[in-house]
Design a binder for this molecule. Structure first.
Ligand code: SAM
Ligand code: SF4
Length: 491
């Protein structure tokens, strides 16, 4: 099979074959920004570098992604590996020779969704290769072949470096191929990463997790913590800047536990400052920070370097010391709130968001009240809130005093309502301010543009100008609601 392949490293963007199944982890009450309707795709593509020249003569693929930003970005890298081997992306799974599901197993619902998707192929998979990647693949392993015998590939994220080898095996007729090793010190680096986001690019700096939170599958599905060298991260940041990206998002399950394995031995804050210093990069975001590794130096960096976005996602999980201990979160409510106070008392306004779980086993009405009062104390700008979901191979799975589902739902609704009030009040304080927005959406029929501030607020605004996509503009805020603020473009 003849093929020519001429692709700039960061130019494989805008692929339709990577579909996102669950919403990107935005605060649950926040709508996504306006879609890029009418986006000048060619302009945006050329903004990032060379055009794509692929004479597709290989096989086609389709990836559907479930879960967090780490999974989104893993799918971009997997797509890069496949396109580097002559596979081309298609619009629907029905058109594809290779259908991959990059899965999440954080909560039971996410896992059920994947099995429902696999069920779709029970009688239709003839001639197709169906593969399961990611957390559910690692968690269920070869059991997946038992439940869905038409699946041929099962590969956890800690084995993605082996993907080319696994694809070779499939191409030479392998029926059941697995990559399930967890014990690794390698990170997944690819020569080609396809970029599916138009304006902001992900860079994974640390993979896996060495914490052992009682409820969480991640250490068992993504393996031990391992960081990339600062040299490799900075080289990627420079390539992205050269390709026209101005915003970078550093990713890791515990991004601020980063430790440079290279000769520089940098900590997270050193890397953060260095990425922000790359010529052409105007915004650097990072997620998710673990409270244990959140230092004053990170706050100082945000305060002194304008390119470091003034937004910190710092999951607390519970406001009760008793529950935090049962969750094995390694900090107390007081220690957590002290870190919040560093940010609240600082020189630059920092937007703070969090994750909270309700209904962890044994959570009493008093414990729940502590989470409610923590919302008041922390004054978050948004939260992701979850009902506790017992997961396989976690230490909390068999804990006594499970909370009934309807009680979890009740607590979740109360929590979300309190947070909605807090968010509305916080957003209202912005009315009258002028904020810088990176424009990432347009709704021509409504005459509205959309974008995000450095502090990660969604902004809808009107403008007398055209062609604002990808532009940084000043917007005067005129109105506010719980989930977004609105205003007008000012010169
Ligand atoms: N590493 C991050 C941290 O330490 O906060 C969190 C990563 S986890 C992928 C994302 C969020 O999912 C967690 O912060 C937690 O709130 C939620 N989560 C994880 N396991 C859960 C479970 N078993 N039930 C409900 N929510 C869960
Ligand atoms: Fe899961 Fe805890 Fe690790 Fe976060 S720090 S990924 S919640 S084990």
């Amino acid at each position: 099979m003849g093929k020519t392949f001429d692709i700039g490293i960061e130019s494989l963007a805008g692929g339709t074959a990577v579909r996102k199944a669950a919403a990107v982890r935005e605060p649950r009450t926040a709508p996504l920004p306006l879609p890029l309707r009418g986006a000048p795709k060619t302009a945006l593509r050329s903004m990032r570098g060379a055009g794509v020249a692929v004479e597709a003569a290989g096989k086609s693929f389709f990836i559907e992604t479930f879960g967090c930003q780490m999974n989104d970005h893993d799918s971009e890298k997997v797509a890069g590996v496949l396109q580097g081997r002559g596979y081309w992306p298609v619009e629907t799974p029905a058109q594809a020779d290779l259908v991959l599901y990059n899965t999440c197993s954080i909560r039971e619902k996410a896992a059920q969704k994947v099995f429902a998707r696999l069920g779709d192929w029970k009688t239709l998979s003839d001639g197709k290769i169906i593969g399961v990647l990611g957390c559910l693949a690692q968690q269920e392993g070869e059991e997946i072949f038992e439940r869905a015998p038409w699946v041929s590939l099962v590969c956890g994220s800690a084995s993605y470096r082996k993907l080319p080898e696994l694809i070779d095996q499939l191409e030479s007729g392998g029926r059941r191929v697995t990559g399930l090793d967890l014990d690794t010190d390698e990170t997944f680096e690819t020569e080609i990463t396809r970029r599916d986001r138009l304006l902001s690019a992900y860079i994974t700096i640390i993979e896996g997790c060495d914490y052992a939170c009682a409820y969480c599958v991640v250490p068992r599905t993504r393996g031990p913590e391992r960081s990339r060298t600062s040299e490799s991260v900075l080289a990627e940041a420079r390539r992205l800047a050269d390709a026209g990206y101005t915003e970078i998002q550093l990713l890791g399950q515990t991004v601020n536990s980063y430790r440079d394995p290279g000769p520089r031995g940098w900590r997270f804050v050193d890397l953060l400052r260095a990425v922000a210093d790359v010529p052409g990069i105007r915004r650097v975001r990072f997620t998710t920070s673990h409270p244990n590794d959140f230092t004053r130096e990170i706050v100082e960096a945000i305060e002194t370097v304008p390119a470091i976005c003034n937004h910190v996602h710092l999951p607390v999980q519970s406001g009760s010391d008793r529950i935090l201990k049962a969750m094995r979160r390694t900090y107390t409510r007081g220690e957590y709130l002290e870190k919040i106070s560093w940010m609240r008392e600082g020189k630059r306004d920092i937007s703070i968001t969090s994750d909270i779980i309700v209904g962890f086993p044994g959570e009493t009405a008093e414990d729940f009240e502590e989470s409610m009062s923590l919302l008041d104390a922390a004054q978050y700008d948004a939260i992701f809130s979850f009902k506790y979901s017992p997961r396989p191979n976690t230490s909390a799975k068999d804990l006594p005093d499970a909370i009934p589902e309807d009680e979890k739902s009740r607590r979740l609704a109360i929590l979300n309502e309190r947070q909605r009030q807090i968010q509305t009040a916080r957003n209202e304080t912005l009315v009258g301010e002028t904020m810088q927005v990176l424009t990432d959406g347009h709704h021509p029929a409504r005459g509205v543009w959309g974008g995000r501030t450095s502090c990660n607020r969604l902004v809808n605004f009107t403008s007398t100008r055209d062609a604002l996509l990808g532009e940084y503009v000043q917007v005067k805020i005129l109105r506010a609601s719980a989930n977004l603020v609105g205003g007008e473009h000012v010169e």
